[in-house]
Ligand binder design. Sequence first.
Ligand SMILES: [Mg+2]
Length: 426
Amino acid sequence: MGFAEGNQIFALLSHLERIGLSMEKNISRRKLFLLGGGAATAASVFSPRNLFGIDELAAKAEMRPSKMKIRAVQSARIEDEYVCNLIKVTTDSGLYGIGEARCKILVAHQIETFRKLVIGEDPLRVDFLTRKMLAASTHPSRVEIGVVAGIETALWDLAGKILNTPTYNLLGGACRDKIPVYHDLAPAETPKTTEPALWAACAKEAKKAGFSAMKFDIYRGGGDVREWVRILQAIRTEVGPEVQLGAEFHWRLNSEKTDQFIAMTEDLDLWFIEDPMSYGENLAHYQRLTAAGKVPIVALEQMQTVKSFHEMLEKRMCTIIEPDAQYCGGLLSLKRIADLGELYGQDILCHNMSSPVGTYAQAHACATIPNFVALENACAENVILHKGSLYHNGTLVLNDKPGFGIELNEEYCRKHISKGSTYFDT
Ligand SMILES: [Mg+2]
C-alpha cells in the first residue's frame, strides 16, 4: 500500500467516524490502517471510484522491482598508488551496483563465502542480507566485515539504480548535498622531514586546492613533541586562523607526551588531536582529556561494531567518534553509530581510506547524518570517471543520479588490475 493510498484510507476512516459509520468500534483507526487489505476492500466499497482495488494492487506487485534477484557477486582488486577491492553485485535484470571492501588482500575466498548467502535473494533487502552475512560466523574477522561492507555498499548503489533515485534518498534523505571533506596530508604527499617550512608548503597547497579543514600525520617526519609543535605553528601561520587543523598520532604517544603536546599547542586552536595513545591502558587518561576539554579528542576509527561504539560512548572516552563504513560493516551500521553518537551529544567525523567508490558510498550516508562534520578525502581518484578535481571548495558534491551517481573508469581499472584478480570476471 502506497503512502497516498494510506492517506486515502485514513481520510475515508475519518469520514466514516464523523458520520457514525465506524466499521467496528473496538478496532482502533491505527489497527484498521494496518489491516491494509480489509481496509482497502472497505474503502473500495465506499469510495466513489475504485482507488485501490485488489486487482490493481496485484498488478502493481507484478511490476515491483523486488522481483529482481541477485545473480552474481564479483570483485576486482585495483592496485596503483593505493590498493582497493571493488565489489560488483549484479541482478538477473543485468542491473548492478558497485561497492568497495576495505581490505588490501585478495578477497576472492571471502566473496565466495558470502556469495552463497545472497545469490537468488531480493537485492532490496539490504539490511536483511547484511545481517545474514554478518551472522555467518560467530566472530567475523576484520577482512570479513570489510567484505560484507563492500557487498552492502554495492547493494545500496544497486537499490538506488533499481528505484531510480540517489542512495541518500533511501537512507533517510539528505540533510546536505555538499559533503565537507578534510584533507589528510598523507606521507606520500608530505616530506619526511621536520622542517616546518616544507610542511607549511603542503598546507598552503591544500588550502589553494580549496580545503579549509586538514589534518597532519606530523610524527611521520620524525622528531619529537617540540618539533611537531614548531611544524604546526608554521602551518597555522601559513594558512591563517580560519583553517581547521587536526593532528593525527596513530596511537604513537604515551600519556606524558600527550599532555605535553596538548599544553604546548593550546594557543594554536587545534581542531582536534586524533588517537594520541593506545586505548586499553590509557582509557582513563582519554576520559580525563575528554572531560577537561582543552582540545577535542578524535578516536575509534577501527571500531567494528555498533556495540563496541556504544561501550566507548558510555565511557565518554573521546569528544568526536570517527567511524568508517568499511570498517564497521556498511552504511546502515555507520548511521546507527551516528545515531548513538547523537544520543550522547557527539559529532562524527568519518574516517576514510578508500577509492572514490567507497568515498561516495560513505558520502551518501554522511549526507543523511545530522551530527556529521566531515569526511576524509579519497585515495586512487582515477578509479572513477571524473573531470578535474573530485572536490569543490573543500566539499564532495553529490549529484542526483541513481545510486551513488558514479561510473567506474573501466580502462584505468583494467590497466591496474592486481595479479591474481580479474575485472569482475569471477
Ligand atoms: Mg586516524
